[in-house]
Design a protein. Sequence first.
Lengths: 229, 222
Amino acid sequence: MSDTAAVLSVHDLACARGERTLFTGMNFSLGQGQLLLVQGGNGRGKTSLLRLLTGLAHPLAGEIRWRGRALADGRELFHREMAYLGHLNGIKDELTPVENLRLAGDLEGMPMDQATAERALTDIGLARCLDLPCRVLSFGQRRRVALAGLVASGSLLWILDEPLTGLDVHGVAMVEGLLRDHVGAGGMVVMTTHQPLALDGLAVVPLLVGPALTRPEPGNQEEPACCAS
Amino acid sequence: MLRFLIAVIRRDLKLAARRKGDWLTSQFFFVMVVSMFPLGIGPDPAMLSKVAGGVLWVAALLAALLSLSRLFADDHRDGSLEQMLLSPNPPVLLALGKALAHWLIYGIPLLLIAPVLGVQFALPGDAIGVLMLSLLVGTPVLSLLGSVGAALTLGLRGGGVLLTLLILPLYVPALIFGAGAVDATLAGVGAEANLSLLAAFMVMTLLVSPWVAAAALRVSIE
């Protein structure tokens, strides 16, 4: 299923926060059916890289191309095919999970009916919370609402910044399943995580951000299970 | 494109309906500030009708500022502003939609309360009509220019005070022409000139401010 033709490519990317240069000369490309696992310690610029890739921030130098066109020129097409889940969930506390999903659909220009939204939330384990305002949900449950929105958006490229924050063991397993399904179906993922994820069998492209670490970790993080938090 | 604009407006109306407390605070503030003046100045009807236009307009500016500091801040805090900026639609429409929604939520109620407060100031019927008309034409200016200030001060500590300092001077033309229209009616010279200028100012802000606000949003979010 893997199509190695690069859909997303990055050329000589450099990023600075304030006075400090986080990284320079970054190159990589990602095709359909691939997952880019961004690694690096705290403060190395993982989140900054992800925000550059979404188009929310602008690079110091270099270029990001989507389907061969620079992000600045093809912003509309890119944002139609990309979904981003950052540190913040982007859901409104006053609304119920169903309303949140339908609202996001309206804003994306892809209206979603009640049944579709309910199914997406049920699939992600929120069947009991459909009619509660998100304000009363737990942190992990709100994260799940955001993940349900991500899946329901039907985007080709997922950009995920620490998607496992606040999720329980079942939640982590569920995200693994989601990633597996998405990448297996030809989708693309760019993500960061500090938790071990079982992604064996998937086309994982590791990317180390920042100055080289003393012990680079190629491939998946197959850490012992005791490290799971 | 129009669908996105309507979606943004409907979203904000729905959120405002769920948070009536915030909405009422601004309206009550307007009523309270205006009602303080007769108590302070004294009950002389001639004096009160003379200051009515200015007082109501100044109170409307302050009430607008009270709600504007949260125009983008709430969405910024929970990440939904980022998500909206990542939609395939131009950010200009987002800024315009947010400003129009602010006007519907906070501007229109001011307009509807104003006649009652006008009676409190012993304004004659025709002056109350002109007051409403001036607020109808002028309150969109408050929301539109305010959205620029709200976008510029997004994420800053003490942004509310800075917003006031930034935006109040820009409101001056609206204040002069709006209050001037009421005064002109009282003086019997007709309010057309003031209202026309106010309308021209409104059209100008409508054309310019969404672009400025969208640019400011992109800078603030980075």
